[in-house]
Design a protein. Structure first.
Length: 344
């Protein structure tokens, strides 16, 4: 398991320091921190996802909050010790709002963004001049929207097949050499894409993968291989788009099959004196081999509740064992891409 530190027991405070000519965040917070694999990016155990802050998102397609509320939420996350913000060019206004949120601060947190290498005209990946133009344009726009001079971590977005061609790897390395990008990562579905990324540890430094108390498939092969290579592991979908939270009670009829999957976890949580979201959060945040777990919210009170939950530390071993005893027979139900919903 990654070595995590707890810099201080003083809550809701953060300090700044300079190191190697760069302003870096140094936290005084109850949250724990870990280096992202072999990089020198030190991430909080929780990262703030921002997709629902920039666009309508989720099975109910809730619209994002007003801009001033988004900026307030991001800054509150920073005050409470979260130093890792996850965004993407495809998340509507997310990048621009993240850039505005940190603009008045002495220094920025670790901001990870994403770019797509998918061909919009077919199901394949971009190649040749189209690939080069798309990557250059996406990076330029992200630099501008985020208001930074270098992108700390750029992740190739939503890959589910092998992707690491010599042409692509050479192109990514050029942006390291030009000083535009410090580290490259990937966000993936399934096993094929992350295992392909692990074949190129000299360039691909991190992977963002789906993982939750119900969806533990990546811990069988992908996470152990990443650990062995020193590749950073970031977890997402830890609440399974709200299924593992209070929103379980308000699922649409099209998702009725998901309710029985979460019911055993809900009973475990109730028996342990906690709500389902706390159980799901603490299970994922302290998963072996992971460096940070992303959650998303549009509510400051929910943000604060999540941070309080993770400050309680890992779940008791007997509760972890009970969670692991729960198996989902039809793993296709765990992929939101397979959910078929009526248009709101």
């Amino acid at each position: 398991m990654p070595t995590r530190s707890n810099p201080s027991t003083t809550p809701s405070r953060y300090l700044w320091r300079k190191r190697q000519g760069r302003h870096l965040l140094h936290w005084s917070s109850p949250l724990q921190y870990a280096n992202l694999g072999r990089t020198n990016l030190r991430l909080s155990v929780l990262g703030l996802g921002t997709v629902q802050l920039g666009m309508a998102y989720g099975w109910d397609q809730q619209p994002p909050p007003p801009d001033d509320c988004v900026i307030k939420l991001i800054r509150r996350a920073l005050e409470l010790g979260i130093n890792y913000i996850d965004t993407a060019a495809e998340y509507g206004r997310s990048e621009s709002l993240v850039g505005r949120a940190w603009a008045g601060l002495t220094c920025r947190p670790v901001i990870a963004t994403k770019l797509s290498i998918r061909d919009p005209d077919n199901a394949g990946l971009l190649t040749g001049q189209a690939l080069r133009q798309s990557v250059e344009q996406s990076l330029r726009q992200s630099l501008q929207r985020l208001g930074v001079d270098v992108l700390e971590l750029v992740q190739l977005h939503s890959l589910d097949t092998r992707f690491a061609t010599p042409e692509l790897l050479e192109l990514l390395a050029q942006y390291n050499q030009r000083g535009w990008v410090r580290y490259w990562g990937v966000t993936t579905y399934g096993e094929e894409a992350p295992l392909d990324a692990l074949d190129h540890p000299e360039l691909i430094c991190s992977m963002q993968i789906p993982y939750s108390a119900l969806d533990r498939r990546m811990e069988h092969k992908v996470i152990p291989c990443a650990q062995a290579l020193g590749t950073g592991v970031i977890l997402r979908s830890i609440f399974l788009q709200g299924i593992l939270s209070h929103r379980l009670d308000s699922l649409p009829t099209e998702l009725a099959d998901l309710s029985p999957l979460a019911a055993p976890l809900l009973r475990l949580a109730q028996d342990a004196g906690m709500d389902l979201a706390e159980l799901a959060l603490r299970f994922a945040a302290f998963a072996s081999g992971a460096h940070s777990a992303i959650f998303g919210t549009t509510s400051v009170s929910e943000l604060e509740a999540n941070i309080r939950a993770v400050e309680a530390g890992p779940l008791p071993p007997d509760l972890v064992a009970a969670v692991r005893a729960i198996e989902v027979e039809d793993s296709a139900l765990l992929n939101p891409g397979n959910w078929r919903l009526s248009t709101p």
